[in-house]
Design a protein around this ligand. Structure first.
Ligand code: 13P
Ligand code: ZN
Length: 267
């Protein structure tokens, strides 16, 4: 494996360790995919398929010939942290844009959430985005908050989380999209996620977890971490017996202006 590709895979392993340490990755919980097409060399392009063609479940026209590192289904993040190529694999999308083959290193079947991940990557390429990584994880506090309908209205959580600590607004400036509960691993979940990822870098799957996109896997992790930190602050205040005041609208607007943040979401 060449130096650049190895560097990306090592970042995935590092993030997998963080997910486990944070308690967000029980058993095989969560998954990671990275579009590694730009790092693929002639040697990898020449690799024979290790699998039969496998169906994605949907047709994704912008992924023709692309390569992805994918966490393996049923694999543990804490194992992936030590051995990323034994707990994940590299796939190549075939010319029909609806199937793929596994090409390296071993015959590890990709994550069950592949429809969501690949639909997102298809959209990112189509829209000319520089984002290459997608992270699904189970952050405790955000998932807990998703159990109350009161938080699931459009931008209700976004506003609340931004108001907990200035950095949330600065480092998760698009806020948090919401996807109502949908069957894990389904194309319906992929479609619903795609609708939200057009407007948000991080989306919350009701009663399940988050999906985040970023320039690399570290970026996707950071945005999730920043939002979950704000959720933790809110819940700590509540557990001390009071409703946190939150920053005022004026204080948040000031941050949006000073840091030149996108202002499409209401403060
Ligand atoms: P996989 O083990 O198939 O990646 O599934 C984990 C998960 O979190 C499903 O939502
Ligand atoms: Zn999950």
């Amino acid at each position: 494996m060449n130096y650049e590709l190895n560097k990306e895979i090592q970042k995935v392993a590092e993030v997998a360790g963080y997910l486990w340490q944070k308690g967000w990755a029980e058993r095989n919980g969560g998954n990671i995919t990275v579009n590694i097409t730009e790092f693929v060399d002639d040697e990898m392009r020449a690799l024979p398929a290790l699998s039969e063609p496998l169906q994605i479940g949907t047709t994704l026209p912008h992924l023709k010939g692309c390569y992805f590192y994918c966490k393996g289904t049923g694999k543990r993040m804490r194992d992936l942290a030590r051995e990323p190529m034994q707990n994940g694999s590299i796939i190549r999308i075939l010319d029909d844009c609806k199937s793929y083959v596994i090409v390296a290193d071993e015959l590890v079947m990709p994550t069950s959430e592949l429809p969501s991940h690949l639909s997102i990557h298809d959209y990112l390429i189509a829209s000319g985005s520089s984002y290459k990584a997608s992270l699904h994880t189970h952050p405790i506090e955000l998932v807990a908050m998703s159990h109350s309908k009161a938080f699931l209205g459009k931008d209700v959580l976004t506003r609340l989380l931004w108001s907990m600590i200035p950095e949330t607004l600065a480092f998760a400036p698009l806020g948090l999209g919401i996807v109502p509960y949908t069957l894990p691993g389904s194309v319906a979940l992929a479609d619903a996620t795609l609708q939200q990822i057009r407007d948000y870098d991080v989306v919350l799957w009701e009663k399940h977890g988050t999906v985040a996109v970023g320039t690399d896997i570290m970026d996707a992790f950071d945005q999730t971490d920043v939002l979950n930190k704000a959720a933790t602050i809110y819940l700590r205040a509540k557990s001390m017996g009071f409703e946190p005041d939150g920053m005022t609208d004026a204080q948040m607007k000031e941050i949006q202006e000073v840091f030149h943040l996108p202002t499409s979401r209401p403060c």
